[in-house]
Design a binder for this molecule. Structure first.
Ligand code: NAD
Length: 494
């Protein structure tokens, strides 16, 4: 049996259980749901379906752990757990890649390429675990007082995940919790469950005490909503659509939860006429088509300076036409399927909207149904040309391999169009002129701007949104600050 066949045999055997209080358990209702392999449209795994009662059990376990011995665990011990976890993730990285590839359809070459990112993240947060510190503060109080701050873990965190990059998005939620001494209940997306559950298993092997991390798969409207509204959850860390983000914020009001929301995007990728076009063509194309466009910060609005507009659009279209679509497990595949039938319907519907709005299909524009592709949820990489920034295809997040090419005149025009969006997650600038690059980078209202590259990430560099792309940052020192409370202590010295 090949490694892939072995994993498929193993995922299809029995029902995957949920992790509560250090034990793998059935759902209280006894119900289950299935996940699908989107490359072939067939059932991949059966998973225990968590509901409100399971969330209740999981939150109670997280609270007990938080109030119990986990509070006494030292930074060195938390660091050690994370370092052991990193070693286990390294040993089992191929399994994680296969889970991501089989369950959400990311090409195997893409999931394998994230090795350094995943391991780097874990080891970076292991380092952060020993850096948490308050301040001593001079005061001007009459008499003699000594004042200082303590940084304390926030408490029980509820994390709610999307499906589009299971390994790294799960790590982004687990790591600050463990580094700071919080505890958590994690609700994976119902479309990508295997990776979070496997990471939970590796955490137990690394020696994480029971109840610190609990994982309850289930539907958003039931398990997710129960977690978001739970009165004993201190913070929700959410990644997903802006639509659901609003519901999370709404649900947080009962006990004034801390909330961080990493939401959608419609990021501009600006190509100036003086750019190195040989680098910008593949760079801009993969900024939009990578992971079949299912990346929150994808450069989906391709802003091209007029003198090179026609040439650039034609070259990106040629690049797109040459991309190899296929089963995500095939090492030759560059573009895998969309994650689900629902996502396929959504993206093909936007293609119709684009046609109706008068965009020209420079390439693609339809579902891919040649041969075995017909069984999966494939869409041809699509370049929509002659797009106006006011069209729906330029304003709304499509989350598929579709890019809208919009012409512009100069830097001011480019940044005006770039900022004419309700989102603000990412942006790209391609130019050989260093002054122009800095001017544009400063003017773009977004959490990250890439110059002459796109979607490059590092554990030390904060990532997050402006405007309706959310608030809070993941990665970097700022991230763990969002899992800590500041306590001021004032001592009267006699
Ligand atoms: P989604 O909003 O549909 O679902 C996200 C999660 O929320 C899922 O786990 C879902 O079950 C849960 N959920 C749904 N309804 C809920 C409710 N009422 N209460 C609580 N939880 C609920 O998003 P998705 O389709 O899974 O992911 C794609 C979206 O995520 C895109 O918009 C993408 O841009 C965004 N995203 C953002 C980032 C970022 O860092 N900014 C990263 C990845 C994905």
């Amino acid at each position: 049996m090949t490694a892939i066949q072995e994993i498929i045999a193993q995922t299809s055997a029995g029902t995957k259980k949920m992790l509560i209080d250090g034990k793998w358990v059935e759902s209280a209702s006894g119900e289950s749901f299935v996940t699908i392999n989107p490359s072939i449209g067939q059932v991949l795994a059966t998973v225990a379906l968590g509901g409100a009662e399971d969330i209740e059990r999981a939150v109670a376990a997280a609270r007990r752990a938080f109030d119990g011995s986990w509070r006494q665990v030292t930074p060195f011990e938390r660091q050690n757990i994370l370092l052991k976890f990193a070693d286990l993730v390294e040993e089992n990285f191929e399994t994680l890649c296969l889970y991501d590839t089989l369950e959400m359809g990311a090409p195997i070459t893409l999931t394998r390429s994230r090795r350094q990112r995943a391991l780097g993240l874990i080891r970076y947060y292991a380092g952060l675990a020993t850096t948490i510190q308050g301040d001593t503060i001079q005061n001007s109080l009459p008499g003699e007082y000594f004042s200082y701050t303590l940084k304390e873990p926030l408490g029980v965190v509820g994390a709610i995940l999307p499906w589009n990059a299971p390994t790294t998005s799960t790590l982004w939620k687990l790591l600050p919790v463990i580094a700071t001494g919080c505890t958590m209940v994690l609700k994976p997306s119902e479309l990508a469950v295997l990776t979070p559950l496997f990471l939970g298993e590796l955490l137990l092997q690394a020696g994480l005490p029971p109840g610190v991390v609990n994982i309850v798969p289930g539907h958003g409207a039931v398990a997710g909503a129960a977690l978001a509204a739970h009165m004993d959850v201190d913070k929700i860390a959410f990644t997903g659509s802006t639509f659901t983000g609003r519901k999370i914020i709404e649900a947080s009001k009962g006990n004034i939860k801390r909330v961080t929301v990493e939401l959608g995007g419609k990021s501009p990728d600006i190509i100036f006429a003086d750019a190195d076009l040989d680098a910008a063509v593949p760079g801009a194309a993969m900024a939009a088509f990578g992971n079949s466009g299912q990346i929150c910060s994808a450069g989906t609005r391709l802003l091209v300076q007029r003198p090179v507009y026609d040439e650039f659009v034609a070259r990106v279209a040629d690049f797109a036409a040459a991309l190899r679509l296929g089963n995500a497990t095939d090492v030759e595949t560059q573009i895998g399927p969309l994650v689900s039938q629902t996502q396929l319907d959504r993206v093909t519907n936007y293609l119709e909207i684009g046609k109706g709005e008068g965009a020209r299909m420079a390439v693609g524009g339809a579902r891919a149904i040649e041969g075995a592709l017909a069984d999966g949820y494939f869409v041809k990489p699509t370049v929509l040309a002659n797009v106006d920034n006011n069209m729906r295809i330029a304003r709304e997040e499509i989350f598929g391999p579709v890019v809208s090419a919009i012409p512009f005149d100069d830097v001011d025009d480019a940044t005006l169009i770039a900022n004419a969006t309700s989102y603000g997650l990412g942006g790209g600038v391609w130019t050989r002129d260093v002054g122009k690059a800095h001017r544009a980078a400063k003017a773009i209202r977004a959490g990250t701007v890439w110059v002459n590259c796109y979607a490059v990430m590092d554990p030390a560099i904060p990532f997050g949104g402006f405007k309706m792309s959310g608030y809070g940052r993941e990665s970097g020192i700022e991230h763990i600050a969002q899992y800590l409370e500041t306590k001021s202590v004032i001592v009267k010295i006699d």
